[in-house]
Structures are given as C-alpha cells and as structure tokens.
Design a binder for this molecule. Structure first.
Ligand code: AMP
Ligand code: FE
Ligand code: FE
Ligand code: ZN
Length: 283
C-alpha cells in the first residue's frame, strides 16, 4: 500500500526485542506502507509476521539479513523474496546459526571468568530457535547489572578490544550473493558505508558481486558515514545498482526508529519484479 517503505527490521527471532507480530503492529502504528522482516540468518518469523499483517493493509516483504564474512570483517547481506525452503540456503543458515551458538558459548565462558554471568543468563534472553548473537549476551549483562544498556555493553565488555570477542563461521560475500540468487532472492549489501570512504568494498570485489546478481546498496542507513555514502553513490551509478534506505529497527535494542530512512517506491517495484522465490504479503 502507499506509505513509507522500510526494508530492514529485526524481531525477537534474531536480536530485535519485539516478536514478529509486535514488530508488524509497530510498523502499522508508525504509518509504514511496507516493511521488510529481515532477521539475522532466519526466516522463522515470516509466518507470524504475515498473520499479524492480515487485515491491516501493510505490505510485508519477506527477507533475511545473511551473515557473511570477508577475513575478519563481518559483511551483512540483505536478502529479499527468496524461497525459504531452498535447500542450499536452509543448510547454510543452519550452519551459521549453529556456529553463532558455539561462538556465543565460547564468548560467555571467557566473560564468566571475570564477571558474574552464566550461559543460562544468556539463554534466558532468547526463545527456542532464536538466532543468537552478542546482543543477547549484552542483554544478559544488563540483567545482571554489569551495564545499563545493550549499547553500553557493546561499548565496554563486548567491544572487540577487550579480548572476549571472537568471530563465527559465515560464508564469503560472493557465496552469499550466489546462494540468495539461486534461491530466487534479491541481494542488497547492508550498511556498506559504516567504515568511511576508504572502508567501502573495493571496486573489483563489488564487481564480482554485481556479476553474481547483487541488486542494490543500502546507502540510507544511520550507520553509513558521509564519505562512505558518497563513494557508494558513485559505485551505484557506475554499476546500475539500486539504492535502498531503511531503519535497521531492533525494537528497544537500538535507538533506530521504524521509517527513519526509507526506500523509493520505484526501487521496491524493481525489487519485487526481480524476486521469484516468494512474494510480498498483503491482505
Ligand atoms: P553478532 O552478530 O553476534 O556479532 O552481533 C552483531 C549485532 O549486534 C548486530 O546485528 C547489531 O544489531 C548489534 N549491535 C552491534 N553494535 C551495537 C550497539 N552498539 N548497540 C546495540 N546493538 C549493537
Ligand atoms: Fe542486529
Ligand atoms: Fe547488519
Ligand atoms: Zn540489521
């Protein structure tokens, strides 16, 4: 339906603080016409999101934020309208979620040597099937009173410089794009400009992603720097990539508000025309 288009939001299926139904109700209350549900490495919220959207008029674009990794750098890949039962993607996301679980246990073991924190504290911040991540460790640290907010945990105990950090297995960005495309989906690089102009993906590597079917760049995102955005616009123009904008809403887990950045209707139209693995939900 007409109204602002926000193509990046998380529910409690990953590290958002609202259930998929609560998230959809918040999107309706915020006046959005379209919202994409993009939990980390999981499609488990789609059905609940669709059900909650029923009768509200809002359009829900089914999606996911796929974890990929280039060396030590985590690279997030938004994926839309893919087949949620695609065997390749199902197997890879299961592998990533399993690796996330083992890595979270390992981080917690090391933190627990210095702070009063147990694995049960962290599990208490999740539900069955949640894609676990550092935000859940952060929430457990808040519950234990070691820090006051999730963001404060990231700036202190969970900061990579403290030594508790470790990465988890994830496929490379090119493999990620190939998996999404093979599943009929539409891949968009998530917040690719957070590390400044010089930190934007090198052009030859971007070209490989474009050749594999990359659709767009999420340029309008609060964490992209000014220099990063300028470089990304140059690259989008040169390679004919779509430009998206979104909030990356995490409920109470981040200050990001639904609709704070939006995507043009023409871009959504092209995205929907490209996706063949699933359809936007509207009722
Ligand atoms: P992980 O995927 O386990 O490495 O954790 C990364 C996630 O933590 C990202 O998806 C963000 O949602 C969240 N995150 C990163 N930095 C912050 C922060 N400063 N405050 C709140 N959440 C954050
Ligand atoms: Fe997140
Ligand atoms: Fe992300
Ligand atoms: Zn996100």
């Amino acid at each position: 339906m007409p109204g602002p288009i926000d193509l990046h939001a998380h529910s409690s299926v990953s590290d958002g603080t609202e259930t998929p139904a609560q998230l959809i109700r918040a999107a309706v209350a915020a006046g959005l016409g379209t919202v994409a549900l993009t939990d980390h490495d999981s499609t488990a919220g789609w059905a609940e999101g669709f059900t909650a959207a029923s009768g509200t008029g809002i359009t829900v674009v089914p999606g996911m934020e796929l974890s990929t990794r280039f060396g030590w750098k985590s690279v997030h890949l938004l994926a839309y309208l893919f087949d949620p039962l695609d065997a390749g993607l199902v197997a890879e996301t299961a592998r990533i979620r399993e690796a996330r679980l083992r890595r979270a246990e390992s981080i917690v073991t090391r933190i627990a040597a210095d702070y009063d924190l147990t694995w049960a504290d962290v599990l208490a911040q999740t539900a069955v099937g949640t894609t676990i991540g550092r935000p859940h460790i952060a929430d457990a640290l808040v519950a234990r009173g070691h820090v006051t907010t999730r963001s404060a945990a990231f700036e202190s105990i969970l900061h990579p410089r403290t030594g508790y950090f470790e990465p988890h297995y994830a496929p490379g960005p090119l493999e990620g794009v190939e998996l999404v495309v093979a599943a009929g989906g539409v891949p968009v690089l998530a917040h690719p400009g957070t590390r400044g102009r010089e930190g934007v993906i090198p052009e030859d590597r971007l070209r490989a992603l474009v050749d594999a079917g990359l659709f767009g760049l999420e340029i309008d995102h609060r964490e992209n720097t000014k220099g990063g955005r300028e470089r990304l616009h140059e690259l989008a123009d040169k390679y004919g990539l779509a430009v998206t904008g979104s909030s990356d809403y995490h409920g109470a887990g981040k200050p990001n508000r639904l609709g704070e950045n939006t995507t043009a209707p023409q871009v959504l139209e092209r995205l929907v025309a490209r996706g063949t693995g699933s359809s936007p939900f509207r009722d």
